[in-house]
Design a protein around this ligand. Structure first.
Ligand code: TRP
Length: 435
């Protein structure tokens, strides 16, 4: 790469909704803790362009941006130590999105989970596959790729559901670098195994879509009331209780020290009444949240303070984004005409150099195909098919299902000894474009 990058963490938070305790335990608290560690450089941003994909209520977008920014700041994020900004303040991000759009196979996006889930839902309901699907949803991974690649992030802490997006961002960077020279850093997903998912009021994962959340900055009274509503079994005070499967215990554990957890475990065994256990949980959570709640209230009452912090963050972020975008524009040929034109490289790979399938008929009368890498090397060679249709079906299966189709076709395909299966799988991935 141009300059060796230090470890650089980057996380986006989509600005729909109000943060709840699950977001705090799973994302805000570990991120703030990590940002205080030495050495690492961190980028946190409010993904408000992403929010537009899900939400068409302007007032909600604005409110949520305010609440999420205030939550992170109240939880201790220090905008002096990290780069904290709002996505839509960085015009280079949509600009980079377009450059990446032009190097991303449409077929790759067809396979993105969120888009595919919508299509599958439509199909099983007998609707047009793309009914009510916006191009925004389809392009979601490219915008996310731009978020990440714009700042040369090396680690992106995400939940499992986002791994695919990080892999797509890697692919975009790789493809861009292949065409235009080494310019973008390949990011890695950082999966935080140790971070607990918090159960909600009903015992399922705490999530807005289950309507089982406890807002992070609920008032004391509200917090008490919500905690009273956590599901428990019907065991009476004095009866021993199970910590296993107890949402109340798990939430307690997410806030308590190891010693406190041991004590609560003992209290369960000793038959603590649910009312008492809930009172203990309430006090334990409130102990952590109360000071932040004050800071949060104060920030919400002074939106201009948050705005100033975000403007300063955008300024800092653009000090990186602007020069990189200038370099990338130059690299792809968006240049001033008066400037001396760079020589057109002869051996440079061209746009059309994607991997490709070639179908042909041999003198034995049978139909064959092969898969060639972008540079023309042979990756897969088929045996003969009596009918052209069967060769075409095999190709279709490979395009549609990628490497997972190889098993079913095993007997009919050969890979040269010097070719790694990874390379075949990558080539097929790039080629999903027909579907
Ligand atoms: N897609 C992420 C989510 O829903 C939010 C996001 C947008 C993001 N851009 C990002 C996360 C870049 C990490 C990096 O949670």
């Amino acid at each position: 790469m141009n300059s060796p990058s230090p470890q650089r963490f980057l996380t986006g938070i989509t600005t729909t909704g109000t943060p709840h305790l699950g977001n705090y335990v799973g994302s805000i608290r570990p991120s703030v803790a990590a940002s205080k560690g030495a050495g690492a450089e961190s980028f946190y941003f409010l993904a408000d362009y992403h929010a537009l994909i899900k939400c068409d209520e302007p007032a909600r977008i604005q409110r949520s941006t305010l609440e999420i920014a205030a939550s992170w700041l109240a939880a201790g994020l220090d905008p002096e130590r990290v780069t904290f900004y709002r996505q839509s303040d960085i015009p280079e991000i949509p600009e980079l999105t377009w450059l990446l759009t032009c190097v991303t196979g449409k077929g790759v996006l067809n396979r993105a989970h969120a888009y595919k889930a919508s299509v599958d839902k439509n199909e099983s309901a007998g609707n047009d596959p793309d009914a009510d699907v916006t191009a925004g949803l389809f392009m979601y991974p490219v915008l996310m790729g731009a978020d990440i690649l714009m700042f040369r992030a090396t680690q992106v802490p995400v939940g499992r559901d986002q791994i695919q997006h990080i892999e797509m961002a890697r692919d975009m960077a790789q493809r861009f670098n292949h065409l235009y020279g080494d310019r973008l850093v390949l990011p890695e997903a950082l999966i935080e195994e140790s971070v607990a998912t918090l159960p909600g009021l009903d015992g399922r994962k705490m999530s807005k879509s289950y309507d089982n959340t406890i807002p992070l900055f609920a008032s004391r009274e509200e917090l008490k009331k919500l905690i009273a509503g956590i599901v428990t079994d019907s065991r009476a005070p004095g009866e021993a209780k199970d910590v296993q499967g107890s949402a109340l215990f798990q939430i307690y554990q997410a806030f308590a020290s190891a010693d406190e957890t041991v004590a609560m475990r003992q209290a369960y065994a000793d038959g603590i009444g649910w009312g008492d256990a809930k009172a203990k949980l309430f006090e334990r959570i409130d102990q952590d949240i109360a000071p932040m709640r004050e800071a949060y209230k104060e920030l919400l009452g002074n939106p201009e303070k948050i705005e100033a912090i975000l403007q300063a963050g955008a300024h800092k972020a653009r000090r990186m984004a602007t020069p990189l975008m200038r370099e990338l524009r130059e690299a792809v040929g968006l240049r001033r005409l008066a400037a001396p034109a760079a020589p057109v490289a002869k051996s440079k790979p061209t746009k059309t150099s994607l991997p490709s399938f070639k179908q042909y008929r041999e003198t034995d009368g049978q139909f064959y195909f092969k898969l060639l890498a972008a540079d023309g090397r042979l990756l897969l060679q088929s045996h003969g098919f009596a009918l052209p249709k069967d060769a075409a079906l095999a190709i279709a299966a490979l395009r549609q299902d990628g490497a997972s189709a190889l098993k079913g076709l095993g007997g009919k395909l050969q890979t040269p000894d010097d070719v790694q299966m990874d390379e075949v799988a990558n080539a097929l991935q790039q080629l999903g474009d027909a579907y």
